[in-house]
Design a binder for this molecule. Structure first.
Ligand code: ADP
Length: 660
């Protein structure tokens, strides 16, 4: 039996101050009265022509426009039946909407004839908005890839989303109601105590990296963000926890770190081997670096020394194992396994060498000799020279299987190619050194062999000279021959000196003498044979005593003076100054000649070095300054030059007055 309103005249006014919207229509649907709550809900005063509704526009709960005939009031007027709560959406003139529940009853007169209808609208907008928000949040939580879990302050799990199931392996119904410690590793249980005490203080825990347990017992690296949950009064009643799987992030970080470390090792090796000319050191660095880069347990480099049978490999450097470990192993032979490496075909990488078909085929050991280092993972790379020859090979091993991957292969290939360049250079350097020492040997031998005949020749010429009377026209030739023999003899002496310096056998004979006097004497003698220049002594008169090898110091001064004269053909004089300061004495020779450029100044003291373009027309061997410098260095002194190209040079040496 539907409820109705009886005996209500058409002039009846709905209760004005009722907080619920209520309005009345006549049988035609015209609104005959309404209260304030209704105008508030509609956002306007209803239009007179407006039938059934009162709203600016009206929709059903699904948001579709509602035909007027379908309006609850129209239906009640038609059927006389109540509408007991139907959800509608009202649109106001300003575009805003309200969700309402409509309750409509017919109005009957005394004789039970429908004279109208009263519609009551209950505003449920807030409820709907709350629900919508809740649904959105719930959907976000359910569809999140992160695990989102809530728990009480006692650690009892109260909610568990799909992400949590995905991450930890438990379904919600398996774990809700259980303690959060179910997913905390035993050694990390104290973390929960810390977290809860922070939550109780209303604090958040952010970006906390730790490990949690999967249902299968595995630990998973996670980043946690935990926030307090408050009730409406603001009391903390629990915590929500977002856990993110950071396995990939950790892997990426580790990978990045590994790359950075590898790069560092790579650069270091590159630098060390390119700066190094010692084959043994280069190979040791290369073996150490590849062992480190690949995480190998052992690394070895074998040299490719070919014997008469076409195979013989020498163990050169080792890393990660003592030499003895290889002793009874012998050296690898050109077996099926080693052949591709020693033939330079390419890198061989095997996860388990003991299962490789090439392995264990050769007598006498048929595999690894007893007591040999246990090698399962195997990586071998040839080291080639620039012209493609196989210099040797790097072997890396690990007792566990599948320890090497493509990345390791690339790293080893990179180091091997750096090594090839360095080894080529080192070999070249060794060759140069070998030729150099051959040259030194030759110079030493030749000058030694030349000295005796030249000395005899000089003696014979002196005898002839003495036996010739003064008017003899051959006397001039003999004198010239003696002078040339003198030059030859000086040259031989210089070469012998070089040879002595090289072999570290330039003995010094210390005496006490007056170096100022020595300079005077040398100047006098040299001036005697020098017509082009005046040699001016610039120092003040007085004794300057020094303890040194007089002959060798004389040799240095003569060399500096003759260079000064030789390299200043356009000038008429050279200056020489001898002085004493504190515990040292110095001699300075100044000329006003061709000078030496800055770049050349360091190099003129090297053996056989001559400034090409400038001094090429002036004869010399380029050893005078080298010998002088060595003599001064042996006296614990220094020889230096200051010069300006085109203006002249000053050569100065300083030695301690007393040799310690
Ligand atoms: P040499 O004079 O026999 O060539 P040195 O060893 O005495 O050998 O000198 C090496 C080089 O240094 C010379 O070839 C010359 O180029 C340069 N040099 C030496 N002394 C002077 C100087 N006083 N002025 C300009 N250049 C000089």
């Amino acid at each position: 039996m539907p409820s109705t309103i009886s005996n209500i005249s058409l002039t009846y006014q709905v209760p004005e101050h009722l907080p619920i919207a209520i309005y009345q229509c006549d049988t035609a649907g015209n609104i005959t009265s309404y209260n304030q709550a209704a105008t508030k809900l509609w956002g306007r005063v209803p239009d007179k022509s407006n039938r059934y509704t009162g709203a600016y526009a009206i929709y059903n709960a699904a948001g579709q426009a509602l035909a007027l005939e379908e309006h609850p009031v129209a239906r009640t007027l038609r059927s006389g039946v109540n509408v007991d709560g139907e959800e509608l959406i009202i649109e106001r003139p300003d575009g805003s909407t309200a969700n309402v529940m409509a309750y409509c009853v017919p109005v009957l007169n005394d004789v039970q004839i429908i004279t109208g209808a009263v519609n009551t609208l209950i505003d449920i907008t807030e409820q709907r908005t709350g629900e919508r928000k809740h649904n959105i949040l719930a959907a976000i939580i359910e569809n999140s890839d992160d695990a989102i879990v809530s728990k009480t302050l006692d650690g009892i799990i109260t909610s568990w989303n799909n992400g949590a199931q995905e991450l930890f392996g438990y379904a919600a119904d398996e774990i809700v109601g259980k303690s959060i410690t179910t997913i905390i590793p035993v050694n990390r249980l104290n973390e929960e105590t810390d977290i809860i005490s922070k939550i109780k203080l209303g604090q958040k825990v952010d970006h906390f990296s730790t490990y949690r347990l999967h249902k299968n017992g595995h630990e998973i690296p996670v980043s946690l963000a935990i926030s307090p949950i408050k009730d409406v009064q603001g009391n903390i009643i629990g915590a929500s926890k977002i856990a993110r799987n950071i396995t990939r992030q950790l892997e990426a970080e580790n990978k990045l770190q590994r790359y950075a470390e590898n790069l560092e090792i790579f650069n270091y090796v590159g630098k060390v081997v390119s700066e190094n000319l010692d084959v043994q050191e280069i190979l040791q660095k290369v073996t150490d670096a590849t062992t480190l880069l690949t995480g190998a347990a052992y690394g070895a480099f074998f040299y490719n020394n070919i014997d008469e049978n076409g195979e013989f490999y020498t163990l050169y450097t080792l890393s990660g194992a003592p030499r003895e470990a290889f002793e009874h192993l012998g050296v690898p032979r050109k077996t099926k396994l080693f052949s591709p490496t020693f033939s330079g075909i390419g890198i061989v990488r095997v996860d388990d060498i003991t299962k490789d078909p090439r392995y264990g085929q050769n007598s006498p050991h048929y595999g690894m000799p007893l007591g040999h280092l246990s090698v399962v993972s195997y990586l071998a790379a040839p080291v080639l020279s620039k012209n493609g020859d196989v210099i040797g090979a790097l072997f890396l091993g690990h007792p566990e299987s599948a320890m090497f991957n493509e990345e390791h292969e690339n790293l080893v290939a990179g180091v091997a190619s750096q090594a090839s360049i360095a080894l080529d250079n080192a070999k070249l350097y060794e060759e140069v050194q070998r030729l150099n020492s051959k040259k030194d040997e030759f110079i030493g031998l030749a000058s030694h062999e030349l000295k005796t005949p030249v000395t005899s020749l000089n003696g014979y010429l002196q005898i002839i000279d003495r036996n010739l009377f003064d008017g003899d026209r051959n006397k001039t030739f003999v004198k010239k021959a003696i002078a040339q023999i003198g030059k030859l003899s000086d040259l031989i002496s210089d070469l012998l000196d070089v040879s002595k310096i090289e072999s570290g056998q330039l003995p010094l004979n210390y005496t006490q003498f007056d170096i100022a006097q020595l300079v005077d004497d040398i100047t006098e003698i040299m001036q005697y044979s020098t017509k082009s220049h005046r040699i001016i002594i610039c120092s003040e008169a007085g004794d300057i005593n020094v303890n040194a090898d007089k002959q060798r110091i004389e040799q240095v001064i003569i060399n500096l003076l003759s260079n000064a004269i030789k390299y200043s053909p356009e000038s008429g004089h050279v200056n020489i100054t001898v002085s004493k300061n504190e515990n040292a004495v110095s001699v300075e020779v100044q000329d006003f000649g061709i000078g030496i450029s800055k770049e050349q100044q360091q190099r003129i003291f090297s053996r056989f070095y001559r400034v090409d373009d400038i001094a090429s027309h002036i004869s010399g061997l380029g050893i005078g300054l080298y010998i002088s410098n060595e003599i001064i260095k042996r006296h614990k002194g220094s020889l230096s030059v200051t010069s300006n190209a085109g203006k002249g040079s000053v050569f100065k040496f300083e030695i301690p007055a007393i040799q310690a």
